[in-house]
Design a protein around this ligand. Structure first.
Ligand code: PEP
Ligand code: MN
Length: 372
């Protein structure tokens, strides 16, 4: 059960203390307090864990400081949607709002290579009104002999360049908790010219110790990719690890599944599950068309598969798109074959805009049905 407390109730206030004393009196139930300072108010929630069936909602709502009590109907206690759960979804980070109701494009390099390429990419993004990007500094590679990313050494100049071109959020994968510390140190050292969304890749979805470490900090939001060989439920539970440790600023990423049935794409595209994740949880949902499709193959209609699957995800309500671009794919050190060209950026953005418009119209159509 979740108790939503009145806004701005500090943990030291007598009402809060009185409530905690009362909760300590319940046998077989322990609790965890979660507080989040929003732009306007302090929000507090108390998660009751254990035998909560014995508790009545009305009794809990009568307790001091409690505004609303929700019976948790699903396994994902913190990130899930529960019946009678009117809590808003999403979060704001570095001036950008992420929620199940909007959409951001994170176009960028799969892996940081040269200063020149990063600058060309960021300049193109600014010219096209974009404030988010993807830049890999730490790369999980199948072969130990393949380029592993520039790591810590590229962070200061990548962050400075991002700031120069007005980028507010960079999605950057980490493979180890020390990478998170390196990113936070580099942001500090450069004076926070930009922000970072920590990406946990599909190979680490169930790296529980990494999830716990990332969840313990609340400063940087997290993009958790679905595991490519596990069930959706297992991946959603992985997201819940982040939240249970304290970080609820989580975006869930669909990126295709590893299966032989995936051919002719690199992975079997799973964007039909965008609405499913939105129904089960309150997380914004990201799609990664590049790592799903893995090529620049074009249909007879002149539209690349990457564009097609992006549109499919957006028409189904996706909230974020992570997509590989490169100024010169032939020299890219990672994933060149699936990268889009800078000259294709305006086309891609326009295609996304069209698909989003269709989604908005579909929502209006659905709302009109419920009025009939
Ligand atoms: C990536 O986005 O660069 C990446 C490696 O993705 P995934 O973890 O989905 O393979
Ligand atoms: Mn890649």
């Amino acid at each position: 059960m979740i108790l939503i407390l009145q806004a701005d109730l500090g943990e030291q206030s007598p009402i809060f203390q009185q409530l905690l004393t009362h909760l300590r009196g319940f046998s077989g139930i322990h609790f965890r307090v979660h507080q989040e300072q929003g732009a306007e108010q302090l929000l507090s929630e108390i998660y009751l864990i254990g035998d909560t069936k014995q508790l009545r909602i009305e009794d809990m709502e009568a307790l001091p400081g409690v505004e609303h009590a929700i019976r948790v109907s699903r396994e994902y206690r913190m990130l899930g949607r529960h019946s009678d759960d009117q809590r808003s979804n999403g979060f704001e980070y570095n001036g950008v709002r992420f929620s199940q109701d909007n959409l951001h494009v994170f176009a960028g390099l799969c892996a940081v290579d040269t200063h020149e390429h990063v600058e060309q990419m960021l300049r193109a993004l600014q010219e096209n009104g974009q404030v988010c990007t993807r830049m890999g500094a730490y790369k999980p590679r199948t072969s130990p002999y393949a380029f592993q990313g520039h790591g810590k050494s590229c962070l200061p100049w990548v962050f400075d360049l991002a700031g120069k071109y007005g980028i507010r959020v960079i999605a950057m994968e980490i493979l180890h908790e020390s990478h998170m510390d390196e990113i936070r140190e580099a942001l500090e050292m450069t004076g926070h010219p930009t922000g970072v969304m920590l990406q946990i890749g599909t190979r680490n979805t169930q790296n529980f110790e990494l999830l716990k470490a990332v969840g313990r900090q609340q400063e940087l939001p997290v993009l958790l990719k679905r595991g490519f060989g596990i069930t959706l439920e297992e991946s959603l539970n992985a997201a819940e690890y982040l939240a249970s440790e304290g970080n609820t600023k989580v975006v869930f990423g669909l990126r295709g599944m590893k299966t032989n049935l995936g051919d002719p794409h690199r992975n079997f595209v799973d964007f039909a599950q965008v609405p499913v994740v939105k129904r089960l949880t309150r997380m914004p949902v990201c799609i990664d068309p590049s790592h799903s499709v893995g090529s620049r193959d074009v249909g007879p209609d002149g539209i690349m598969d990457v564009f097609h699957v992006t549109a499919q995800g957006v028409v189904a309500g996706a909230n974020m798109i992570l997509v590989d671009f490169h100024p010169d794919p032939a020299t890219a050190l990672v994933d060149g074959p699936q990268a889009l060209l800078l000259k294709e950026l305006p086309w891609f953005l326009e295609d996304v805009r069209l698909a989003r418009e269709v989604y908005e119209e579909r929502r209006v159509l659905a709302a009109a049905q419920s009025l009939i």
